[in-house]
Design a protein around this ligand. Structure first.
Ligand SMILES: NC(=O)C1=CN([C@@H]2O[C@H](COP(=O)(O)OP(=O)(O)OC[C@H]3O[C@@H](n4cnc5c(N)ncnc54)[C@H](OP(=O)(O)O)[C@@H]3O)[C@@H](O)[C@H]2O)C=CC1
Ligand SMILES: Nc1nc2c(ncn2[C@@H]2O[C@H](COP(=O)(O)O)[C@@H](O)[C@H]2O)c(=O)[nH]1
Ligand SMILES: [K+]
Length: 487
C-alpha cells in the first residue's frame, strides 16, 4: 500500500480513502477474497468473541458463508464442547431449520421465527428437537409466518401446519442454480430438504444464491470451522488443549493489553503444546507488540485497542491508537516475520473493511455491527416505535466482568468491577433491509470485491500491495455519504 501524500499523524478509517488505479480485473466476480492466513476462511471476516455477538448460530452462519465465528472466553468448556459438536454436524450447504412439534403453539412459532432469517419453521415428530437430523424424526409439514396471522396465539401448531409447496431430496439434490430455478418457478421462499421422512435442512432462494457465491470455511474433515477465545488467567494451556480436542479450529488468546508479560507466558505455554491449530493473540497496536507475540508463538496478531463500539478504554485511559495506522504498522511488522494480523474493532461500513485489508490485515473482526442481526445470541426487542434491536455490551463492561468473575469471592469481584472499560448496555438496531448477518456479509463482500477491482487487485496480497490511500478532511468524508433528502 502506498500513501498519496505522506501523513504526519496517525489515522483511522474515516480519515482515509482509496484512489482508483488502472485495473485489468474484468469482473468483480473474479476477485478472490479468501483470507491468506491458514484459517481456511474464504472471506476475510470474523465475528468477534463477544457474548452479545457470537453464539452457535453466528458461528454456523459465518462458517457456511466462508467466514469464522469466535466463541467468547467466558463460555464454559462443557458448553463449547456441545456447541463445537453441534456446529460440526451442520450441513455446509443446507441451512438448519427451526423445528417445532405439532403440540407446540403459534406463539412458540412466532418466538422462534426471530431466531433465523427464515420465513417458516419445520414441524417434526419424534427425534430430539433442534439437534436433528436424528433417528426416527419424521417431517410432517411447515408453518409459514403468514399462517400465524389472525390466529389465536395459543392455537396448536397441528392446527396451522401445511405441506410444503416444494421439497428437495438430499440424495438427488440438483445444482444450486437448478435449485434456485425450481424455487423461483414455484414462487417458494422455503423448501425443506429431506432424506426419506427425515429432515436434513432447508433451502431458500437466497441460500441457493449464496452457496453458489461463497465457499464454506471447512476443517480438514469437511465440517464447518469455528474458533474460540481463551483469556490469559487460570489454566490457559489446559483450556486451549481442551478446545482443540473439541474440534475448535482457531484459538484466540485474548486480553485488552496483549503486550504484557502474562500474555507472553500464556502464549508460550499454549505454543509448547504444539496443537494443530493457528494461534491468534492480541490485542496490540505497535510493531514491538507484534514482534514479541510472534516470538512467543502467535501465528496471527489481533490489532486494535480502543476502536470498538462498546469500548471506553480511550476515554478512561487515553490508551489506544487510531485503527488504520495501527493495522498498517502491525501488518508490516507481521509480514516481515511471515505472519498475519486481524484488524479488530471500529468497523461500521464496508469501506472500513476494505481499508483494513488494504492496510494489510488478512481478516477483519466485527462485533457490534453483527450484534444487530437475527443470528446474534440476544433476544429481539422492539422499542416504543416498533423498531427491532438487540442489546450489546462490552467484554470489559461491568456486566461482562460480573459474569466472568461469578465464581470469585465478593471482595475480589468488587475490586475487579472498578476497572470497567466498556459499556454495559447499548441498542444495536436491525436494519429492516438487512436483518441477517448473511445480508451484511453480502453487502460487505460486494463492497470489498468492488474496492479491490478499483485498485486493480485480484486477491488480498495484490490489494495490500497495489492500494493507493489518500488522507481526507472531514468534509471529504462527508461528501462520500449518500443524501436521502434534499438540502
Ligand atoms: N480491544 C480492546 O480495546 C479491548 C478489549 N477488551 C476485551 O475485554 C475482554 C476482557 O479483557 P481483559 O480486561 O484483558 O480481561 P482478562 O480476563 O483477559 O484479564 C486481563 C489480565 O491482565 C491483567 N492486566 C494488566 N494490565 C491490564 C490492563 N491495562 N488491562 C486489562 N488487564 C490488565 C489483569 O490483571 P488485573 O485485573 O489485576 O489488573 C488480568 O489478570 C477481552 O475480551 C478483551 O478483548 C477489553 C479492553 C480493551
Ligand atoms: N475496550 C473495550 N473493547 C472491547 C470491549 N468489548 C469488546 N471490545 C473490543 O471491540 C471489538 C469489536 O469492535 P466493534 O467496533 O466491532 O464492536 C472486540 O473484538 C474487542 O476487541 C470492551 O468492553 N472494552
Ligand atoms: K470506542
Amino acid at each position: 500500500m502506498e500513501f498519496l501524500t505522506t501523513p504526519t499523524t496517525d489515522l483511522t478509517y474515516a480519515d482515509v480513502f482509496l484512489v482508483p488505479s488502472k485495473s485489468e480485473v474484468t469482473s468483480r466476480m473474479d476477485v478472490d477474497i479468501s483470507a491468506d492466513d491458514a484459517t481456511g476462511a474464504t472471506i476475510p471476516l470474523v465475528s468477534a468473541n463477544m457474548t452479545a455477538v457470537t453464539g452457535r448460530r453466528m458461528v454456523e452462519t459465518m462458517a457456511r458463508r466462508g467466514g469464522m465465528g469466535i466463541l467468547p472466553q467466558d463460555v464454559p468448556l462443557d458448553v463449547i464442547e456441545q456447541v463445537a459438536g453441534w456446529v460440526k454436524r451442520r450441513h455446509p450447504v443446507f441451512e438448519t431449520p427451526l423445528r417445532v412439534r405439532p403440540t407446540d403453539t403459534v406463539l412458540d412459532v412466532l418466538h422462534l421465527l426471530g431466531k433465523r432469517n427464515h420465513p417458516a419453521v419445520c414441524v417434526v415428530e419424534g427425534g430430539t428437537g433442534e439437534d436433528g437430523p436424528v433417528e426416527e424424526e419424521i417431517f410432517v409439514g411447515i408453518v409459514r409466518r403468514e399462517d400465524c396471522e389472525g390466529v389465536d396465539r395459543f392455537s396448536s401448531v397441528a392446527s396451522v401446519l401445511r405441506p410444503p409447496a416444494l421439497t428437495f431430496e438430499a440424495g438427488t439434490f440438483p445444482s444450486l442454480q437448478e435449485a434456485f430455478g425450481q424455487l423461483d418457478t414455484a414462487g417458494v421462499a422455503y423448501a425443506p430438504v429431506l432424506d426419506g421422512t427425515a429432515l436434513v435442512g432447508v433451502m431458500t432462494p437466497s441460500g441457493a444464491l449464496r452457496s453458489g457465491m461463497f465457499a464454506p470455511a471447512l476443517d480438514r474433515n469437511g465440517a464447518l470451522g469455528l474458533g474460540a477465545a481463551v483469556g490469559i488467567n487460570g489454566d490457559v494451556a489446559g483450556r486451549a488443549a481442551a478446545l482443540a480436542e473439541y474440534g475448535v479450529d482457531v484459538l484466540v488468546l485474548d486480553t485488552a493489553h496483549g503486550h504484557q508479560q502474562k500474555m507472553l507466558d500464556a502464549l508460550a505455554a499454549v505454543k509448547s503444546l504444539d496443537l494443530p491449530v493457528p494461534l491468534v493473540a492480541g490485542n496490540v497496536v505497535s510493531a514491538g507488540g507484534v514482534r514479541e507475540l510472534v516470538a512467543a508463538g502467535a501465528d496471527i496478531i489481533k490489532v486494535g485497542v480502543g476502536p470498538g463500539a462498546m469500548c471506553t478504554t480511550r476515554m478512561m485511559t487515553a490508551v489506544g491508537r487510531p485503527q488504520f495506522s495501527a493495522v498498517l504498522d502491525c501488518a508490516a511488522a507481521a509480514r516481515d516475520l511471515g505472519k498475519h494480523v486481524w484488524a479488530d474493532g471500529g468497523v461500521r461500513y464496508p469501506r472500513d473493511v476494505a481499508l483494513a485489508l488494504a492496510a494489510g490485515a488478512s481478516q477483519v473482526m466485527i462485533g457490534s455491527w453483527f450484534a444487530g442481526t437475527v443470528e446474534s445470541p440476544g433476544d429481539l426487542v422492539a422499542d416504543a416505535d416498533g423498531r427491532h434491536y438487540k442489546e450489546s455490551f462490552g467484554m470489559a463492561s461491568a456486566r461482562a466482568v460480573q459474569n466472568r468473575t461469578k465464581a470469585e469471592d465478593a471482595y475480589s469481584r468488587a475490586r475487579k468491577a472498578m476497572f470497567e472499560e466498556g459499556i454495559s448496555t447499548s441498542r444495536m438496531y436491525l436494519d429492516p433491509e438487512r436483518p441477517s448477518v448473511e445480508d451484511l456479509l453480502d453487502m460487505i463482500t460486494a463492497g470489498v470485491r468492488s474496492s479491490m477491482s478499483y485498485a486493480g487487485a485480484s486477491d488480498l496480497a495484490q490489494f495490500r500491495e497495489r492500494a493507493v490511500v489518500g488522507v481526507q478532511s472531514a468534509a471529504g468524508y462527508e461528501e462520500g455519504r449518500p443524501v436521502r433528502q434534499s438540502w
